[in-house]
Structure formats: C-alpha cells, structure tokens
Design a protein around this ligand. Structure first.
Ligand SMILES: [Zn+2]
Length: 320
C-alpha cells in the first residue's frame, strides 16, 4: 500500500474508533490496545489486605429525590464528614442500564467494554473484565459476591468471575435479605466484597415518572433508603467489631418523564448520585466523577494495584 492510502486508512481507523459523542467526561480519552498493557503486574498493600467493600447499585435514582424527608439515611450520609457525595455523578453517553453497570463494574467507558444496549451485544469483557477478577487474581481467598435484581449483571458480567453470583429472579427485598444474612454469617462463607443491585426505583420511574414530584417514585426512594439503612447498620456492627468497610451507593442513570434513554445532555438523566463512605479515609472532594471511577477507588481501598488496570482504566481513585 502506498503512503497516501495507508495514511488515509489510519485516519479512517481513528475516526471509527474514537466514538466521540460531544461529551467531555464520558468519552473514551484514548484508544488503548490492551495487549500493550501486558504483562499484568499486581502488587498488594498488606496493610489493607483485610479490608472489605459493600457496593449497592440503585437503578434509576435521580439526584433530586435525595431529600431529608424522603431519604433521611442517604441525605444524612450525603452531608456526613466521612462521606464523598456527588449528586452530579455522570452517566455514560448511553443513558441505559447495560452500558452504565458495565462501566461501573469494569472501570472503563463504553468505547472499551463495547456495551451500548441492554442486550449486551459483543461485550469486550475479556479485555476489560469485571473488577472482581483483579481482586481474585491478587487475593484469591477474598470472597466476592454479586446479588442482583437485574439478572444480566450476573449472567453477562459477574458469573464465572464472582465466587457467588446467583442468576435466579429475585426481588429487591430478597436481594437485601440475602445480602444481610451473608454479611452477618460466616457460613457458608465470609462475604468480603459484595455488589448488590436494586431495581424498584427504575420500575417506579417507568410506571409513574422519574421525579421528586411523583409520589410513587418518592415512595420507592424511601423504601430503598430503609433497605440501605438496614445494610449500613450491619456494616456499622462489623466496624464495631474491628472490621474495615468501604460503603458505596451508586446509580446507573436518572430519568425524565417515564424514560431515560437518549438522555445525554439532560442533567436530570445523565447525572445521578455517587456516595462513598468510610470512617478513616479522606476523599478528593473536588473531583468530578463518572461511572469509571468506582473500580479504581475500590481497588485502591483494598490495596490492590494492577498495572493492567492502571493502563486500561478511564477512572481515578477518589481516595486521598
Ligand atoms: Zn430503566
């Protein structure tokens, strides 16, 4: 091939691979060939090797529903001194569940993991895996758990990576109940790093409307708030017994009217909440955040550093 044609080809490759969507944050910054990130060198901070994490994913939680009266627990945490809280946390350009849970759990934007629908067509999780895989590689004895109302998270992403990732239909109440009993019991195993997904806010939004003015949506937020309070009280008990826990609440997108697709540029849809709470950690409070920041933050907290993740991730740790 002569030089003009090869240069033309290069331009085409750049054009087709950049997937620029006019968005500042949620666009892939650079195209990385993961092969250049090999070999993976994993280092472990032994001082952090007994730490634990609970992440609760709340589907379709619009930021304005967090108020002192309807979600007293989350509101209290949002202004707490041990918390990082952002009510302008940025969703992926594709404001639906598949791309966003994928970015939350892999630490890379949709350009890399490839999921732009809820059908999970052609995901590239082989190159950009669920973050549990970094934990399992570094600390194989760590028990990783994923319990979800929206099953594709487990069937597409967590199954085969997590130590426990059930794939039978389950309600939000049952997710929270099973999580509570696993957190409180040491049998059949100790749960060290847990991801949960709750779906009822998204359902209420689709049925009645995503808004702080819609009674049914606010009531579902209040129900979620009490589930979160119950789970957090278990974390508090475990902290009182000397355990160290990072507590995270994040949503995949907001909503407008009774939908949320195509919400790029609409703050009510493309912005949602991120809460991170830990008693002894300090957070970069001024940092803007998007879905890809959760994985680097969690691994940083656990004292796990993967050169491959450092090379491929689009996110940054929020820990100081
Ligand atoms: Zn939805």
């Amino acid at each position: 091939m002569n030089r003009i044609f090869s240069a033309f080809g290069l331009v085409l490759i750049v054009l087709f691979s950049s997937c620029d969507k006019d968005s500042v944050q949620s666009t892939c910054a650079t195209d990385i060939d993961p092969a250049f990130c090999e070999p993976d060198i994993v280092t472990i901070d032994s001082l952090r090797s007994t730490r634990n994490v609970l992440i609760v994913g709340v589907d379709g939680m619009r930021s304005d529903v967090i108020t002192q009266s309807s979600t007293p627990f989350l509101y209290g945490k949002s202004i707490g001194i041990s918390s990082f809280y952002n009510n302008e946390h940025l969703a992926e350009d594709f404001t639906i569940s598949g791309p966003n849970w994928s970015s939350i759990l892999t630490g890379v934007h949709y350009c890399k993991h490839g999921v732009v629908t809820n059908g999970f067509d052609n995901p590239n999780y082989a190159e950009y895996p669920h973050f549990f895989s970094y934990i399992e590689a570094a600390r194989p004895n760590t028990n990783t758990v994923s319990i979800v109302n929206w099953l594709p998270i487990n069937t597409e992403l967590a199954e085969g990576v997590a130590d426990y990732a059930p794939t039978l239909p389950i309600t939000d109440d049952a997710v929270a109940q099973e999580a509570a009993s696993l957190l409180q019991q040491t049998s059949p195993f100790v749960s060290d790093v847990m991801f949960l997904h709750l779906d009822q806010m998204d359902a209420a939004g689709h049925n009645y409307g995503f808004s702080n003015d819609i009674q049914e949506y606010v009531e579902s937020a209040a129900t979620i708030d009490s589930l979160l309070l119950n789970l957090f009280s278990i974390i508090t008990q475990k902290r009182n017994q000397g355990e160290e826990w990072l507590f995270v609440v994040v949503s995949d997108h907001g909503g407008f009217g009774t939908g949320h697709g195509g919400g790029q540029g609409n703050p009510e849809v493309e912005q949602t909440i991120l809460l991170i709470e830990e008693l002894n950690s300090r957070f970069n409070q001024d940092q803007e955040t998007s879905q890809v920041d959760i994985v680097p933050t969690v691994l940083d907290y656990l004292g796990i550093e993967s050169s491959r993740l450092n090379c491929t991730t689009d996110g940054r740790s929020l820990l100081n």
